[in-house]
Write a protein that binds this ligand. Sequence first.
Ligand code: ADP
Ligand code: MG
Ligand code: MG
Length: 271
Amino acid sequence: NNLAANFTTIRVLGEGGFGIVKLVKSRQDGQLFAVKSFKQTSNTVQALQLAEKEIALLKTLAHPNIVGFHGMGFDQKERYIILEYCAGGDLRSMIHDAASQRKPIPHHRIQSIFCQMLLALHYCHHSYKGLRHTLLHRDLKPENVLLNAAGQVKLADFGLAKVMANGLTVTTSFVGTSGYLPPELVAGQPYDHKADIFNLGCILFELCTLRIPNHALRGVQRAREFLLPAGHSAQMNSLVPMLLSIEPARRPSTSDLLASPVIACWLQMPW
Ligand code: ADP
Ligand code: MG
Ligand code: MG
């Protein structure tokens, strides 16, 4: 089950806190895939457990806006996952490129990306394993949202995701990435699917402003921090602060969002 026997490695695609992802080509049919292998950390047992958890979850997910799972294996005792290759890279690079070229991301593109992230998240929150379960992603940020060659959104990195019975809130585990932590997590309070909604708001804010929303760490919310550059629609200007509400209960759920006329309109646009 040696990787090199079946694939040739082309280049490194990216690296996160846990994994290193490489572009590979199948020796058999020339098809391209992304292979994620897990870094050897100081705590090998824990790293392996995380890898197994991510694999177990990925296997059960099937949605056009979630990165496809194509298999797994061991290579010299290192766990690897074979994933659908997302040639468009991640939203972090898209935001970075737009910022360095001082070229805002077109509004219709932001709306399209938002709707596709919303559909993927709705699947996780409400359709995954039926209505009685909720899958929290818990690590939504631009580096974990990928694009395929056609520019279609593929939600990725389920390494910190957690399945819970509906209605239950997660109280104990403090996970996520600093800078994106929802206020309830920072305050050490229980959290639920609304934590993902906050992160969805963070990404939307970044796509619109090319800046990271920095109020989360301070736990204060002032309206002017959410001001979007001129030219954004009234709908966008009201959506962003709603998603970033300090109070989780004030944030809309994915169902609320999909039922809103604004999102319904965005979903019907010809992308
Ligand atoms: P980690 O769990 O360590 O954060 P990720 O799964 O997020 O690892 O992958 C790290 C980076 O590798 C991503 O931010 C992205 O840039 C790149 N990447 C991951 N999966 C793919 C993929 N399927 N296609 C293209 N690039 C990918
Ligand atoms: Mg990641
Ligand atoms: Mg991860």
